[in-house]
Design a protein. Sequence first.
Length: 67
Amino acid sequence: MPSGTGPQAFGVFLALTAAGMFADEKSDVFLIACVTSVLAVALLVTGARPRWKAREGTAGGRTTPFG
């Protein structure tokens, strides 16, 4: 598997978990859902960064994720 797959997969799992918690804003878990979603984004970016760095060497210096 490519480098960064583990953090990306865990980030997606946390994002789905946070999405389930956002269903009711008046509940006691809204703050926890916000923290979980921020952690999910951080893990997704952390997992994607090694792939962007690998593409930097093969794509002629372009570092954009979708370029």
